[in-house]
Design a protein around this ligand. Sequence first.
Ligand code: TXA
Ligand code: MG
Length: 335
Amino acid sequence: MDTKLLTLKEKDLVQAGNIIREGGLVAFPTETVYGLGANGLKEEAVKKIYEAKGRPSDNPLILHVASVEEAKSLWAEESEIANILMKEFWPGPLTIVMKSRDFVPRITRAFLDTVAVRLPDSYEARKIIENAGVAVAAPSANLSGRPSPTSYTHVIDDMEGKIDAIVCGRDCNIGIESTVVLVEDEKLTILRPGQITKEDIQKALDFHRKKDLTVEALSNEEGEQINRAPLSPGMKYRHYAPRAKMIIFRGESHKVDLEVSLREDTLKREGYKVGLIDFSEESLKDAARLLFARLREMDEQEVDIILAKAVSESGIGFAIMNRMIKSAGYEIIEV
Ligand code: TXA
Ligand code: MG
């Protein structure tokens, strides 16, 4: 298949919307990562997403909408909590999961009775969704298992020849995927951490006098995630994985520095090509923005082993560590 490369010009955004409405696949930038969009209400179109990504069919997709009204039309229930979340955090990097209406194809939601919905902040993304005139199913536009794409060049690497078009925009500003939140009977659980943190959500609920409500968040531990896998099937697969073996070092920073430099030295002498992931000089915000690109660079450089320094788990750091730990296949050395 010939993949069209589109720009951010209005006429290209119109074309992108048309292709999606008619059942094709278009990758486009959002504020979090590039998404691979298809008409989320058309079974045949959604099937193509799973094929292009090589995605397991039990991992449900997020429907992207252009307005709150459109979101509400997809859910079978109203919720005061969801209303607060939409008011405070939309448009933006928050995905809300609630009971689905029957007309949302079962393949879109991987046969769950819930559906995930997000109203993105990116102007271009919203234009494309508006032009499509339908809810747009859009997972991250990477091959399944690879790091999510934060630049159009990553999308070209993974998807050229497999999809109808790629909207080549700017690099993504946030760099990690949206926070995914399950809302059920006035109870709230964070299924996937992101830029919007548990504390941000708790604060918003407190502000709206919902102090009695506590926000639960799944921990970073694999065991717990696997036990709770049916909640968010996406969490049980190996994710964000560079081709190289990756090991994370966590502990006091001077000890981590020492251990990493010793290991680097030894491995190099043994003939391995070693890559380092070290965000100690960067803000957490920049670490989030750059992480997936760094992982892809390591692959390009054909690194054998990546030694990564853990970042602080405060704020967005929790979401960064969630991605790093998965990239490393849960290999963490405490020093
Ligand atoms: O920032 C993002 O969310 C990006 C951009 C493109 O919007 N999209 C994205 O989609 O990350 P994807 O498919 O890579 O991740 C969707 C996550 C998966 O972990 C999936 O299991 C979870 O959302 N999810 C989707 N529908 C769900 C549902 N009904 N119940 C529980 N989890 C759900
Ligand atoms: Mg993904």
